[in-house]
Design a binder for this molecule. Structure first.
Ligand SMILES: *[C@@H]1O[C@H](CO)[C@@H](O)[C@H](O)[C@H]1NC(C)=O
Ligand SMILES: *[C@@H]1O[C@H](CO)[C@@H](O)[C@H](O)[C@H]1NC(C)=O
Length: 409
């Protein structure tokens, strides 16, 4: 009889043990991956809604104009200095977005179109995921409208807006919910409105304040279209009458809102809460700003539609929109005032979009601040804006007040 080979036995145990360990690790890793994969595909992550001011009485928006995202690392930068060209791609756009989120810690991100640049995009869905990536990871609620280049690859405008509205933390909508008093259709989407990506979002008052359940700031998003032919001549899209009609009906709804008369005067919001609007293509009147005092730079012609559909008149007549944020012309980054309403360019953000070599890519920040009542926060008191450049220090430039509530005291 042989004595038991203890050495061999110990080795076998060790061997079996390590196989178990490896299997266990593999299982955990793979299962984890699969679960994560499922999660991102099937279950949209929602931000806390409604949007609301912080308890310090502020609400900060980051405007990202014209990311022009292509295929990521393979899409080279345009209009950068010779020395910057070699190591520059869409990844620099992603890096800039991450830096902006880190530096400004916005409460909301507004992407104002040409988020992706169709002609350089092999797969629109992949490009959108990568372009909005930092927003999806941040957990910050965000919304987008389309520009004139987004639909130039594998998705049409409707598909793009549906996809965008289903991404994590997106509060984008394809078109307004139907509660049109004229057609009195309830539920679902309002039909007969031109474009995709017309909607509004309400921002509620500070937690714990009298206005915590009321909208004190409204954000309008509009689809300014892409291209069009007018009598055989190529031009850009424009905001149509159906969209302006919708804008008027929403605005009228706000003006009809009744505030609880039991509340003290301090707790009341201004007669109508201010609104901001976001869309891509400038309106023709912005050309007039060349001859007026502006904040920022006017460095290229305004590439708008040859059609003037009366957006400015509509905004003036409804009265609640105090400032409009646009993109499209990457080398323009100014704010100028037309008939009491500010029109501000975001300035080109993305590196694959055209720009001006040596003139840093940039982003706009919008800060709304509540007025301080005797006891608690009231409605919006001021709306300010500034920009940051994608330089070493993310230089902050051109800070200005866009609107201040005139309180009757
Ligand atoms: C692009 O990113 C790379 C890598 O982070 C960096 O070295 C380079 O300076 C960036 N280029 C520009 C123009 O910002
Ligand atoms: C706001 O709504 C919440 C939840 O319905 C309620 O508990 C709170 O008292 C309301 N506050 C005000 C100021 O209306």
């Amino acid at each position: 009889m042989e004595s038991p080979p203890t050495g061999k036995w110990k080795h076998s145990l060790l061997y079996l043990g390590s196989i178990f360990l490896i299997l266990h690790l593999l299982h955990n890793l793979v299962a984890h991956k699969l679960l994560l994969g499922n999660d991102t595909v099937r279950v949209k992550r929602h931000p806390d809604l409604p949007l609301r001011f912080r308890s310090d009485g502020t609400f900060k928006i980051l405007q990202v104009a014209d990311m022009h995202f292509g295929n990521g690392m393979m899409s080279r930068c345009r209009d950068v200095l010779e020395s910057e060209f070699e190591y520059c791609s869409d990844l620099n756009t992603t890096r800039f977005l991450k830096r902006m989120l880190e530096a400004e810690k916005p409460d909301f991100i507004a992407f104002t179109g040409d988020n992706i640049f169709g002609p350089s995009t092999a797969d629109a869905a992949e490009s959108l995921l990568e372009a909005f990536g930092p927003a999806l990871e941040s957990g910050i609620p965000w919304a987008a409208v389309l520009g004139n280049h987004d639909q130039e690859s594998t998705m049409n405008r409707q598909e793009l807006m549906s996809f965008i509205s289903l991404l994590d933390y997106s509060v984008s909508q394809i078109n307004p919910a139907a509660e049109d008093p004229i057609t009195s259709v309830k539920g679902g989407m309002m039909t007969g409105i031109d474009g995709f990506g017309n909607y509004n979002l309400e921002v509620y008052g500070a937690p714990g304040s009298h206005l915590m359940n009321s909208s004190v700031l409204n954000l309008f998003f509009l689809d300014s279209g892409d291209r069009a032919f007018i009598q055989g001549v190529r031009t850009y899209g424009w905001i149509k009458e159906s969209q302006l009609h919708w804008l008027r009906s929403i605005s009228q709804g706000f003006q009809g809102q009744k505030w609880d008369s039991e509340q003290s005067a301090d707790a009341l919001p201004p007669a109508t809460s201010p609104s901001l609007a976001f869309f891509h293509i400038p309106i023709p009147e912005i050309r007039q700003l060349y001859y007026k005092k502006i904040v920022g730079q006017f460095q290229e012609g305004v590439a708008c539609s040859s059609v003037n559909s009366g957006v400015l008149q509509t905004l003036v007549s409804i009265g609640d929109v105090k400032a409009v944020f646009i993109g499209h012309d990457h080398a323009n980054d100014f704010c100028g005032n037309l008939d009491g309403i500010w029109f501000c360019y975001g300035g080109g953000f993305g590196y694959h979009g055209y720009g001006k070599a040596g003139w840093p890519r940039r982003a706009r920040v919008i800060l709304a601040e509540l007025g301080k009542g005797d006891k608690a926060w009231m409605g919006v008191e001021t709306i300010k804006t500034w920009k940051r450049l994608d330089d070493e220090k993310l230089s902050k430039v051109d800070e200005q007040v866009l609107w201040a509530h005139q309180r009757a005291r």
